[in-house]
Design a protein around this ligand. Structure first.
Ligand SMILES: [Fe+2]
Length: 208
């Protein structure tokens, strides 16, 4: 497929097709404690440790950066992975609470009852849980892993919750247009976006 063909496919509202990647292979994050991470993901999240590699250098860049890379698998074969790197300085604190709330990993289970069971289970393991939250389209609980990553356990309440490309495209277009119009007229962009949000027909997509 040429880049032009790919662009054409990405541009339309019916972009989900056979060229999209099949599924998540792995999402990789940094940990400062591989042992605590392994205990959490295997015992609390019930995701087995299925692969681990150690290298002295980063294969893709050649950088001298010794690391341990560990993978925890879900039922569909996708994994959440971590790197522990010796002597890594602490990351700077998030500059805004939005990073803490909106950066998250959502994991899907089959039913609302399962989400409720996960809440009980995770709380029984001494982990604080927020929710359940009924978002109308999905039903979710939220908590943090030992690395401070926000996790979500969720189940769809509507089968088409993630199959609304035209509605989504309109939302993105109106967002981009409002930013551009605010910039052009010299008005506050955040105020323009707030007005857009409150003036938009409430959709039933209110997930976080
Ligand atoms: Fe989410």
């Amino acid at each position: 497929m040429t880049s032009t063909e790919l662009q054409a496919k990405q541009a339309g509202p019916d972009a989900i097709d056979g060229y999209a990647p099949q599924r998540l292979s792995h999402l990789a994050l940094i940990t400062y404690d591989a042992e605590a991470t392994t205990n959490f993901y295997t015992n609390v999240m019930r995701m087995p440790l299925v692969a681990a590699v150690m290298h002295e250098r980063v294969p893709s860049t050649g950088d001298l950066m010794p690391y341990l890379h560990i993978f925890f698998r879900m039922q569909d074969g996708s994994t959440i992975a971590f790197f522990e790197v010796p002597d890594l300085p602490q990351a700077p604190p998030h500059p805004h609470p939005a990073f803490h709330v909106f950066n998250h990993i959502a994991l899907e289970v089959e039913t609302v009852d399962e989400v409720d069971e996960w809440k009980q289970w995770i709380e029984s393991q001494g982990v604080e849980v927020l929710g359940p939250v009924d978002h109308t389209i999905i039903y979710s609980i939220y908590f943090f892993d030992p690395n401070g990553n926000r996790l979500e356990i969720t189940t769809p309440l509507l089968p088409d919750w993630n199959d609304r490309p035209r509605e989504a495209e309109r939302a993105v277009q109106s967002w981009v247009r409002a930013k551009q119009e605010a910039a052009d007229s010299g008005t506050e962009i955040s105020q323009a976006l707030h007005e857009l949000i409150v003036s938009t027909e409430p959709s039933n997509f209110d997930a976080d």
